[in-house]
Design a binder for this molecule. Structure first.
Ligand SMILES: NC(=O)c1ccc[n+]([C@@H]2O[C@H](COP(=O)([O-])OP(=O)(O)OC[C@H]3O[C@@H](n4cnc5c(N)ncnc54)[C@H](OP(=O)(O)O)[C@@H]3O)[C@@H](O)[C@H]2O)c1
Length: 256
């Protein structure tokens, strides 16, 4: 009998895409989440909370590989430390983590917690693989939907994104999970770099909407880091196949 792969956050945007790929590859999969999202796959589901530690030891028991995707706006460092402790006790042989491009360069607290989570993985003493990905198209779409509800769209000057399709990230993570531990692998970014105005124009065109745009300045150190492109990987990244325009064509209908 093969041991199951534990996927934390297997019910999230990314997790729902990775779990079926692992299942298609013939793997047993166990999904850990708090149970706030509907299970979306024919994998085994266990309930636990990585922030409190409840249920984590039972979830890890017997798993040789752990793919850690669970995340939220804060606490990813603490959640990851709890997972690492349980994984060490259970003798896990491969710990795979998804982080964010710029975690080591952009001074924002949630990115700092991603970096601390990366360090907890790298310092765990367990064999590991970490992939840093760019912002997913899904999150870019959520941002655009919110901004387009305003009468005027604020456009932070100099802010660029390199959005990537979560399906491309899922495919890469499935490969990495089934391969040998590789440490920090090349970043995965989207096929193009866009200014915020260009992303917003693409969205508005797809929705058949019009909105005036207002240039704004992102303040502080984080603003400086974004203007310097610290959230981008322009050289040496692996590049996903699907563009923002491909994603919009699939997901966004013109407003009636
Ligand atoms: N979205 C992006 O643009 C992006 C870009 C690069 C990297 N990432 C990283 O990719 C990962 C997945 O992102 P996503 O967009 O798929 O997130 P998501 O859709 O918000 O899903 C988060 C998942 O984590 C689970 N979860 C959250 N807190 C938990 C906790 N305390 N204990 C156990 N499970 C918990 C959630 O399930 P329940 O709510 O049911 O517990 C859910 O399955 C995150 O680590 C994120 O930082 C995201």
């Amino acid at each position: 009998m093969t041991s199951p792969i534990l996927v934390t956050g297997g019910t999230g945007t990314l997790g729902r895409l990775v779990v079926p790929l692992l299942r298609e590859a013939g793997q047993d999969v166990r999904v850990l989440s708090r149970g706030r999202h509907q299970p979306g796959s024919n994998a085994a589901h266990v309930t636990g909370d990585l922030l409190t530690g409840a249920g984590v030891e039972a979830a890890v028991a017997g798993a040789e590989t752990v793919l850690h995707l669970a995340g939220g706006p804060k606490g990813d460092d603490e959640a990851t430390r709890n997972l690492v402790r349980a994984a060490s006790r259970a003798g896990v042989r491969h710990l795979v983590y998804i982080s964010v491009i710029g975690a080591d360069r952009v001074p924002l607290s949630w990115l700092r917690s991603k970096l601390d989570a990366e360090r907890a993985i790298a310092d765990s003493g367990l064999p590991w693989t970490t992939l840093r990905a760019a912002q997913f198209h899904d999150l870019t779409l959520t941002m655009m939907e919110k901004m387009a509800k305003l009468p005027v769209i604020p456009v932070p000057g100099g802010l660029r994104l390199q959005p990537v399709d979560a399906r491309d990230v899922a495919a890469r993570l499935a490969e990495l999970t089934l391969d040998k531990p590789a440490g920090l692998v090349p970043d995965l970014a989207g096929p193009r770099v866009y200014g915020m105005a260009e992303l917003a124009r693409g969205y508005l065109r797809a929705r058949g909407k019009r909105r005036p745009m207002l240039p704004v300045r992102m303040p502080g150190k984080a603003g400086r880091a974004y203007r310097a492109g610290e959230n981008l990987t322009l050289d040496g990244a692996d590049v996903g196949a699907r563009t923002w325009e491909d994603f919009l064509a699939e997901r966004v209908q013109p407003a009636r």
